[in-house]
Ligand binder design. Structure first.
Ligand code: HEM
Length: 206
């Protein structure tokens, strides 16, 4: 994947914008990830409460369906990204800031793949064997994660821990990512946030 700036740098926010497709990928995945973190946090508590259990079961199915959407959208986004460079970073950014920005973006890509994959592996290992039926349409297959000697409950517990730790790490990284975008907007005034907003000015890039 090419994460380097396309060429040179841009100075004050009047440079190229992200393309419409890049913006659509970014905001669709962002909204889904925030909803998945909130729903994951809520449903794991609600499932133990008899009053809220029935709703929690439906939320589990929606969580799994939208989580799989994130996996598929991220694969599509990465495939597309291989052939499309983002607009260059603002000229004033120091090398350490450029490194931090690229590292955070690579980590966000990795987490939006790893978290849904771990969720899928977790439900595939579960001794309950509950089906995943995205939006009630069809039965999503399980991953072959269990060997003949494996104890399903321990394998499920391992994937569950990974899913939980990486999901909350993604949440922390999203907070940092938003803080950096707001710093560019309110402190640096360099137009970096505007070029990822759906209705900003400037020329379209990839
Ligand atoms: C980017 C995608 C995803 C995010 C950000 C996400 C986030 C979360 C979070 C924050 C929790 C709560 C963890 C806890 O507090 O214990 C959770 C739980 C859960 N997630 Fe996901 N998830 C994603 C995708 C998926 C997928 C694709 C599946 C399955 C196909 C899945 C299945 C589950 C299940 C079954 C639980 C409940 C685990 C339990 O009962 O303890 N998730 N998720």
């Amino acid at each position: 994947m090419n994460t380097a700036p396309a060429s040179g740098t841009t100075s004050a926010g009047h440079g190229p914008r992200y393309s419409a497709l890049a913006i659509a990928f970014h905001w669709t995945i962002a909204v889904l990830v925030l909803g998945l973190i909130a729903s994951g946090w809520w449903m794991t508590g609600a499932i133990r409460d008899p009053q809220r259990q029935a709703v929690a079961y439906d939320v589990y199915q929606l969580h799994k369906a939208f989580g799989l959407c994130v996996l598929l959208l991220t694969l599509a986004r990465l495939g597309w990204r291989l052939g499309h460079r983002p607009p260059p970073l603002p000229a004033h950014m120091r090398p350490i800031e450029r490194f931090g920005a690229h590292a955070a973006h690579v980590a966000l890509y990795a987490l939006t793949l790893a978290v849904p994959l771990l969720g899928w592996a977790m439900v595939s290992a579960s001794p309950l064997g509950l089906p995943t039926v995205p939006f009630g349409l069809f039965e999503w297959p399980h991953l072959p994660v269990l060997g003949p000697q494996d104890d399903p409950a321990s394998v499920e517990a391992g994937f569950k821990l990974g899913h939980e730790v990486l999901a909350y790490s993604a949440a922390a990284l999203v907070v940092l990512h938003v803080a950096a975008a707001l710093k560019h907007h309110f402190v640096d005034h360099d137009g970096l946030l505007g070029r990822m907003l759906p209705f900003g000015g400037g020329a379209a890039s990839s």
